[in-house]
Design a protein around this ligand. Structure first.
Ligand code: CDP
Length: 247
């Protein structure tokens, strides 16, 4: 018989976190010179990079929409991002994650400003440790803002899970793979949910608690996303002022 993993002991999880604690986050804006907007983001051991191109001409042309821009999102996991080498190229999982991530971001993008064009979002997962879709959405949201794409707001994303019959914030790989449930969400700062998925089983009460906790995670991430964008653009503004003063 398999040994059962104990995920939580005296209120502390395998990686030392409390049940309502997310993993440390690191965000960097404007990391790629050739993209219109970009972001490198870490959520614990997840490392992702997002690149945004556009609005630009649509190829193939028949995909263009007369009244708005289309949004494309490609989620890709590097073959070296997981423990067992992943076969390169798209698979069922990456199609699903690309679709739900695009749908999580689309409601805030003002696509009607750019008819007949496309906004392309690429997310590359360099290192995976559960929650890569949420990390990708967080990075893509910042990269869209960095590209100057008009949006109603940023989007922030985080998951809650269930392990040892307890609801935990931001599950890492062991908790995600061997736990009882995983519920990733994405939302606007105003609390509008744009992504809600769930694997596994929770009672109605547990799902309410998970939603509450994941929303708290999103709010913390939003503050971080907002701060890095403000820091970046105030730095650029200061640099421009100094250049103007020299001229
Ligand atoms: O990454 P996310 O939680 O959004 O998606 P998932 O399908 O629930 O995958 C959970 C985790 O399983 C990933 O983040 C990886 O750490 C791992 N995984 C893997 O090791 N090999 C794969 N081919 C796919 C996922």
């Amino acid at each position: 018989m398999e040994d059962k993993i104990t995920f939580i002991k005296d209120g502390i999880r395998l990686d030392g976190r409390r049940v309502d604690e997310a993993r440390p986050i690191k965000v960097e804006v404007g990391v790629l010179a050739r993209a219109d907007g970009s972001c490198y983001l870490e959520m614990g051991n997840n490392k992702v990079i997002a690149a945004v191109y556009g609005p630009r001409e649509v190829h193939p042309r028949h995909l263009q929409e007369v009244s708005r821009a289309i949004v494309r999102y490609r989620y890709n996991m590097a073959s070296f991002s997981v423990e067992e080498r992943r076969r390169p190229g798209p698979d069922r999982r990456s199609y699903e994650l690309s679709k739900v991530s695009r749908e999580a971001l689309s409601p805030v993008i003002l696509t009607s400003y750019f008819p007949r064009s496309v906004i392309d979002i690429f997310v590359e997962v360099l290192q995976a440790d559960a929650g890569t879709r949420t990390a990708g959405i967080n990075a893509a949201s910042v990269a869209l803002a960095d590209a100057g794409i008009p949006m109603k707001s940023l989007i922030s994303s985080c998951a809650a899970g269930k392990v040892d019959d307890q609801i935990v914030l931001d599950p890492m790989k062991e908790e995600d793979n061997f736990g009882q449930a995983d519920m990733p969400i994405a939302m606007t700062p105003g609390g509008e949910i744009t992504l809600l998925q769930m694997d596994g089983h929770m009672t109605v009460e547990e799902s309410h608690r998970a939603m509450e906790l994941a929303m708290k995670g999103c709010r913390d991430i939003y503050n971080m996303q907002r701060k890095v964008l403000i820091d970046r653009y105030s730095q650029m503004e200061n640099a421009t002022r100094q250049e103007e003063a020299v001229i």
